[in-house]
Structures are given as C-alpha cells and as structure tokens.
Design a binder for this molecule. Structure first.
Ligand SMILES: [Ca+2]
Length: 173
C-alpha cells in the first residue's frame, strides 16, 4: 500500500507485504496507522483485518479469519472504532459491523437477509455517520446510518443504477 502527496510528490510505500495483497486501506485520523484487510494472495476467504503502525512499521491482527471475508474497514472520526463489511461464507457482500480499533466489542449493525447486502463502507469524519450502498430490494442504492446502525436514511432510489463506493465532501462548483 502506497501514499503520495496530493501534488504527486513524495511517493512512498506504507504497508509492505511483497507476496500478499493489502487492499481497501484506510488511514487513521491521526495519520499514524492504516487499517486494511490482509489477503494471503489468492483472494481466499481467509482474510484478516490488520492495523499497520506507521511510526514503527509494526502490525497487529485485530480480527482473524472466520471464513467470512472482511472488506472495507474504516476508522471512526475519532479513530477509536472500525466499521467494515463482512461478506458471507459464499463470498457475497453481507452485513456491516463495528468494533473497537483493538478488535474487541464486535457489534453487528445491519441485518441483511436473503439476497440483501451491504457494501463499500465509508465513515464520514464530518458528521460521524456511516455511508454505504446497500441492496435491500433487488438493486443498490445509497444509505447512511448512525454508528450503531440506527436512524437509517435512504439517499437514492434509482432502480436501474447500482450505486457503489460513496464519498462525502463539499461541492464548490
Ligand atoms: Ca440504485
């Protein structure tokens, strides 16, 4: 996993596993850590969630594989928690979970059933809410919710379009 200044200078490697895949990383609000799913190279279902400490290049496994691959771990605005999508054991997008940044206190915050699914978590640092696409009725739309999964808002309703990977910012056209 690499970082580069927004002007393109100072390209540097952050997380270095030469023989494996580090994907879907998120930089902590402090800038000292990266959380990412660690994949043993073959897109297996045996993913771990790890935190890489950028100050001393140490890493910690905060979540071990349980056969349901973890995707899109994202730090909370204060860096104390992580939300992510846990896929199903058959590799389909699944449900949203939140845990402490040390891997304790795992809490399921969405409850998709059947073919329903959540994806592509984004934890907004401006308002503290979690944004993601979800397929709750046959196609993906965008939703947001409080960090405990309550107060769900449906943001789009576009039956012929599958939304993905939202981000939050300020438009200044
Ligand atoms: Ca849609």
């Amino acid at each position: 996993m690499w970082a580069v200044n927004v002007d393109g200078s100072n390209q540097q490697i952050l997380v270095d596993h030469p023989n494996d895949k580090d994907v879907e990383g998120d930089l902590s609000p402090s800038g000292n850590e990266v959380v990412f799913p660690f994949d043993t190279g073959n897109w297996t279902y045996n993913r771990q969630v790890r935190i890489w400490n950028l100050t001393n290049s140490s890493e910690t496994v905060i979540r071990n594989s349980d056969g349901c691959p973890d995707h899109w771990p994202r730090f909370s605005p204060d860096g104390s928690k992580i939300c992510w999508v846990q896929y199903t054991s058959s590799g389909r997008p699944g449900n949203l979970f939140v845990m402490n940044a040390d891997g304790t206190n795992v809490s399921q915050i969405s409850f998709a059933a059947g073919n329903q699914a959540y994806e592509d978590t984004y934890w907004c640092r401006q308002d503290g809410r979690i944004y993601c696409p979800a397929d709750l009725d046959g196609q993906y739309d965008l939703y947001s919710m409080a960090a405990d999964g309550s107060n769900v808002l449906r943001l789009t309703n576009t039956p012929t379009i599958n939304e993905s990977a939202p981000t939050v910012g300020y438009l200044n056209p």
